[in-house]
Design a protein around this ligand. Structure first.
Ligand code: FPP
Length: 223
């Protein structure tokens, strides 16, 4: 969800105003995914690298996250959205963790869109955590190292319960992955739009999905 800072700067506003506008765009995107019957939407809300930002911005972002979750939980329930989260969640402030787990619990029974928030998430860290988890399983005798393959490793990642993404939408024109779902995006279709995240509307989402529909996916094979 890139471009909140630039959106605010262009208006002479503090960066947090950009994040607030970004939270509105989240609402619209979730609604759009519901209408398209998308099954999984993962939002890169806070990266492991984002801890390097000024303390004030981090605190405001965490407050915004908590407020968003608290206020939107009834709407998530009404729209049959199930909230999940990936990342090193224990790095988050206690109050954010509490609100997150509350919303996860309250929406656990929903079977529409699964909305996954990537928080304190880094793709490389996830792979390291996956390796540690595999080594533990070997130590405990649950698996033998000869059994390790792509499928098994995938089961040791934060995303073990979710399919690999079909489409990545990156806003604000940046042409990089920025440590997002590195393992999972091997065959994901990439879509980059110059729009800044707060300006990303349902219409933009539909345009991205339409473009995705025109792609031919071969997964390294031939037609
Ligand atoms: C990147 O833009 C955005 C973030 C680090 C935060 C994203 C958070 C939200 C949209 C709001 C809270 C989240 C939820 C799920 C309610 P940037 O600050 O790097 O923008 P810039 O590149 O223009 O500076």
């Amino acid at each position: 969800m890139d471009g909140n800072g630039r959106w605010a700067k262009a208006r002479g506003l503090p960066r947090i105003k950009g994040h607030e506008a970004g939270a509105q765009a989240v609402r619209e995107c979730v609604e759009g995914c519901g209408e398209l019957k998308v099954e999984y939407l993962t939002l890169y809300a806070f990266s492991a690298e984002n801890w390097q930002r000024p303390k004030g911005e981090i605190l405001s972002l965490m407050r915004l996250l908590e407020k968003f979750l608290k206020e939107k939980t009834p709407e998530l329930i009404e729209k049959n959205v199930r909230l999940q989260a990936i990342g090193r969640l224990t790095d988050l402030p206690e109050s954010s963790q509490e609100q997150l787990h509350k919303t996860i619990e309250q929406t656990a029974g929903n079977n529409g869109l699964t909305l996954i928030l990537a928080l304190s998430y880094g793709g490389r860290l996830e792979i390291i955590d996956g390796i540690k988890s595999l080594l533990r399983a070997i130590e405990l005798g649950h698996i033998d190292k000869g059994m390790i393959d792509v499928e098994m490793f995938s089961k040791h990642l934060y995303t073990r319960y979710y399919p690999d993404p079909d489409l990545l939408i990156r806003t604000s024109g940046e042409m990089r992955l920025s440590n997002f779902l590195l393992w999972q995006m091997s065959y994901t279709e990439l879509y980059v739009t110059p729009k800044l995240w707060p300006d990303f509307t349902k219409k933009d989402l539909f345009a991205a999905v339409e473009e995705y529909g025109r792609r031919q996916r071969r997964y390294g094979g031939v037609e």
